[in-house]
Design a binder for this molecule. Structure first.
Ligand code: CMC
Length: 393
C-alpha cells in the first residue's frame, strides 16, 4: 500500500503545466493566453479565438484570413459518413451520435493520425475544428428527420453552423446576424476552461499516444454528463419545470434540503466561487437575442432572472458561494434561437473542440509528457487464502 496523496476530485492536484488558459476562481478572472475573456469575446470572433488558443497569439489580419480559409476548406465530411449516421435510431440522443461520429473520424482520416509528425497534428486540429460543427448539424438534422445541409464556405463559422442546422432545401434561408453574433460569442465563451473534466479526459486519453479523433471523442463523452456540459440542458429543463416565478421558493427550498438530491442547475462552480465572468457576458447576449425576437419578456428569462435574485440573497447560497454559471444563461439563448434542449451540450462540444485540441497539442509537444497514470489508496481485503468452489458455502 503506497503512500500517495489522496485527492478525490483533484481539488488540489495540478495534473499539468499549461500556457493556454488562466483562471482565478476567487477573483472571477478568465483569460485565454493572457487576454481577458471579455476582450476576446467582445473584440474578436470565434475564428480569432481558435487561432489564439491553438497558436498562442492573436493573428494578424493575414494570418486570420489564412487560418479561416484552412478551416473552411475542411468543413465537408466524407460522403460515406452520411451512411454511418443513418445507422442510428432517430430518437438517439444527439450527444450519443456525436461521441460515435467524432470517434469515427479516426477511421476516416488515417493520414492525420501520426501524432509524432507536427504537420499531421496540425491537419488533425484543423479537421476537427472544421468538421465537428458539420457533424453536430448532421446529428440535429437526422434527429428531426430533415435532409443534411452542406456547409457554406462563404459564411462565417457560426453563421455557417446556423444555416447547416436551420436551412431546408428549396427554401431561402438568411442567417440572422444577431443570432450569428450570439452563437459566435457562445462558442468563444465555451472554447477553453483549463483542466476541467473533459479536457483532463482528452489529455489522459492522449497521454497514451492514442488517435487524436478518438481522444476528442473521449472528451465529448465526458462533457455529456449533467455535472459538466450537460448542465445547460439540465438548467433549461429546470426553468421549464419551475415555469412560473411564483414557484421559485419551492424549488429553492428543495435545493437547500439535504434529503432531496435536487440541485439548482446552472448554479455553482468548482473553480468560480464569486462569480463566473462568462455568465455576465452570457446574460447580456441572452438579452440581445430575446430583444431581437421581440420577446423581451420571455417567461423563462423572467424565471431565470428572478431565480438568480432569490438565490443571491439566500444564506444557503451565499455561505456556499453558489452563483449562476455560464450554462444558466446559455440555455435560454440557445432555446430562443430555435435549438432544442437535446442540442445544447452538442453546441458546447462544438465550442470546446478547439480547447481540447489546443490542450492535446500542448501535451504532445511537452518534453516532460508521460502517460497519465494516477495511483490509488487500496482499501480492499488484504491477502486471503483461495478456497476451491466445492469447499465454499
Ligand atoms: N444547488 C444546491 N446546492 C448546491 C449546488 C446547487 N447547484 N451546488 C453545490 N451545492 C452545495 C452542495 O450540496 C454542498 O453543500 P454542503 O457543503 O452543505 O454539503 C456545497 O454546495 C458544495 O458543493 P460541492 O458539490 O462539494 O461542490 P463541487 O465543487 O464539487 O461541485 C458543481 C460543483 C458545479 C458540480 C455543483 O455546484 C453542481 O452540481 N452544480 C449544478 C450543476 C451545474 O450547474 N454544473 C455546471 C458547472 S459549470 C459548466 C461546466 O463545467 O461544464
Amino acid at each position: 500500500t503506497g503512500m500517495f496523496t489522496y485527492d478525490p476530485g483533484f481539488t488540489s492536484t495540478a495534473s499539468t503545466q499549461s500556457t493556454i488558459t488562466y483562471i482565478d476562481g476567487d477573483a472571477g478572472i478568465l483569460r485565454y493566453r493572457g487576454y481577458p475573456i471579455d476582450d476576446v469575446a467582445e473584440g474578436g470572433d470565434f475564428i480569432e479565438c481558435c487561432y489564439l488558443l491553438l497558436y498562442g497569439d492573436l493573428p494578424t489580419p493575414a494570418q486570420k484570413e489564412d487560418f479561416k480559409t484552412r478551416v473552411t476548406r475542411h468543413t465537408m465530411v466524407h460522403e460515406q459518413m452520411t451512411r454511418f449516421f443513418t445507422g442510428f435510431r432517430r430518437d438517439a440522443h444527439p450527444m450519443a451520435v456525436m461521441v460515435a461520429s467524432v470517434g469515427a473520424m479516426a477511421a476516416f482520416y488515417h493520414d492525420s493520425t501520426d501524432i509524432t509528425d507536427p504537420m499531421a497534428r496540425e491537419i488533425a486540429s484543423i479537421r476537427l475544428i472544421a468538421k465537428v460543427p458539420t457533424l453536430a448539424a448532421m446529428a440535429y438534422k437526422y434527429h428531426i428527420g430533415q435532409p443534411f445541409i452542406y456547409p457554406r464556405n462563404d459564411l462565417d463559422y457560426a453563421a455557417n453552423f446556423l444555416q447547416m442546422c436551420f436551412a431546408v432545401p428549396c427554401e431561402d434561408y438568411v442567417v440572422n446576424p444577431v443570432f450569428a453574433r450570439a452563437l459566435d460569442r457562445i462558442f468563444t465563451l465555451h472554447a477553453d476552461h483549463e483542466q476541467n473534466a473533459s479536457t483532463s479526459t482528452v489529455r489522459l486519453a492522449g497521454s497514451s499516444g492514442a488517435n487524436p479523433f478518438a481522444c476528442i471523442a473521449a472528451g465529448v463523452a465526458c462533457l455529456w454528463g449533467p455535472a459538466h456540459g450537460g448542465a445547460n440542458e439540465a438548467a433549461l429543463k429546470m426553468l421549464e419545470e419551475i415555469g412560473d416565478a411564483k414557484r421559485i421558493p419551492e424549488f429553492v427550498n428543495r435545493a437547500k434540503d439535504k434529503n432531496d438530491p435536487f440541485r439548482l442547475m446552472g448554479f455553482g462552480h468548482r473553480v468560480y466561487k464569486n462569480y463566473d465572468p462568462r455568465a455576465k457576458i452570457m446574460q447580456q447576449t441572452s438579452r440581445e437575442v430575446l430583444a431581437e425576437l421581440g420577446r423581451k419578456d420571455d417567461p423563462l428569462l423572467e424565471v431565470a432572472v428572478e431565480l438568480e435574485q432569490v438565490a443571491l440573497k439566500d444564506e444557503y447560497f451565499i455561505e456556499r458561494k453558489l452563483y449562476p454559471n455560464i450554462d444558466f444563461y446559455s440555455g435560454i439563448t440557445l432555446r430562443a434561437m430555435g435549438f432544442p434542449t437535446s442540442m445544447f451540450t452538442v453546441l458546447f462540444s462544438v465550442a470546446r473542440t478547439v480547447g481540447w485540441i489546443a490542450q492535446w497539442k500542448e501535451m504532445i509537444e511537452d518534453p516532460e509528457q508521460r502517460i497519465g497514470r494516477p495511483r490509488q489508496l487500496y482499501k480492499g481485503e488484504v491477502e486471503r487464502p483461495y478456497i476451491p468452489i466445492d469447499k465454499r458455502g
